[in-house]
Design a protein around this ligand. Structure first.
Ligand SMILES: NC(=O)c1ccc[n+]([C@@H]2O[C@H](COP(=O)([O-])OP(=O)(O)OC[C@H]3O[C@@H](n4cnc5c(N)ncnc54)[C@H](OP(=O)(O)O)[C@@H]3O)[C@@H](O)[C@H]2O)c1
Length: 297
């Protein structure tokens, strides 16, 4: 059956979602703060949130952040809340819980979404998104999940979980990309062109991926005795990176931060302890309560 879908927010991601829904035959109405049009697809533009959400089976909100998305949800009249709303705006776990609470208070059926791919992958088999919500709301939202393509990972009814996972992954992404950009500059300072460095960079990223299961075991048991990478040896590596950065006239960036963390760990732990004992500082500071099942790795 054709779904009537309202899209609130037509930035790059809102437009990508709109195009994917159009390709699957959704009947589309859209609103954006700044009036605009989308070429090449059939989408009716509305001047207000009220108009665009009237009789919608599904409402997608995709704006800059959750604070803004709450102002948008607030504008949905009580008469327009029969459909399910999926909020793809990025925020913190606290943000997404607050937005879900607002939706509940206004009688809006609500799903938290976290899009984990760039716009070019939306609507393709490479799309990947996380969702949380009540089972019946997720079922009602299924036509838009299907339209987006790829994998839809439903993580339960805890609205803090999609951003918790999304932001943890982005933490790896941005730290990794920043380290890569620094490493490429360090290599370039010694005459290695970025293209010549690329295969080496890819190789070490693969090595990092291969190291994660052993580190996961260490974190799970809070034991750092697998003997792969001694703390004192790793501190020496990091000191070399920092020194060679200074010699090349480059800010050592993250390497100095990691070196200092490793030196502090060496004050507290035997030199032969695995390097990933640096995690103990984070674990000591964290106010976490385990809520997602341990897969037994
Ligand atoms: N782009 C990506 O690759 C990507 C990937 C994953 C997740 N996301 C998330 O998707 C969400 C949307 O991202 P985006 O790429 O479309 O671009 P964006 O620049 O983050 O958001 C643009 C949208 O937010 C609206 N907006 C901004 N301030 C507003 C306000 N005060 N009131 C009402 N609407 C306002 C814009 O309206 P105007 O046109 O009027 O400015 C536009 O519709 C973000 O939370 C982003 O983190 C994006």
């Amino acid at each position: 059956m054709t779904k009537s879908t309202a899209i609130l927010g037509l930035g790059a991601m809102g437009e990508a979602i709109t195009r994917a829904a159009a390709a699957k035959g959704h009947h589309l109405r859209a609103w954006n703060r700044t009036p605009r049009t989308i070429d090449g697809i059939d989408v009716e533009m509305s001047a207000t949130v009220e108009d665009s959400t009237r009789n919608a089976d599904i409402v997608v909100v995709c704006v800059r952040n959750h604070e803004i998305s709450r102002t948008v949800i607030d504008r949905i009249p009580a008469t327009n809340t029969s459909g399910v709303l999926i909020n793809f705006s990025t925020g913190t776990p606290t943000d997404t819980v607050d937005s879900a609470a607002l939706a509940a208070a206004r009688g809006v059926r609500y799903v938290t979404g976290a899009m984990m791919v760039p716009t070019s992958m939306v609507g393709t088999e490479h799309c990947s998104a996380l969702y949380a919500g009540a089972e019946e709301d997720l079922t009602a939202a299924q036509p838009i999940l299907d339209a987006l393509g790829g994998s839809s990972d439903i993580v339960g009814n805890d609205h803090s979980m999609p951003p918790a996972l999304d932001l943890a992954m982005l933490d790896i992404y941005f730290s990794g990309m920043y380290a890569y950009l620094h490493a490429a500059a360090l290599a370039a300072a010694h005459g290695v062109e970025p293209a010549a460095f690329l295969p080496y960079a890819r190789g070490i990223v693969d090595t990092l991926g291969g190291s994660l299961p052993a580190s996961t075991t260490s974190l799970r048991h809070r034991r750092y005795d697998q003997g792969d990478a001694r703390l004192d040896m790793c501190l020496s590596f990091l000191t070399h990176i920092v020194e060679s950065s200074h010699q090349a006239g480059i800010d050592p960036g993250l390497a100095e931060h990691v070196r200092a963390a490793s030196a502090r760990a060496l004050d507290h732990w035997p030199a032969a302890t695995d390097w990933d004992v640096v995690a103990e500082k984070f674990l000591g500071e964290s106010r976490s309560r385990p809520r997602m099942a341990d897969t037994g790795q």
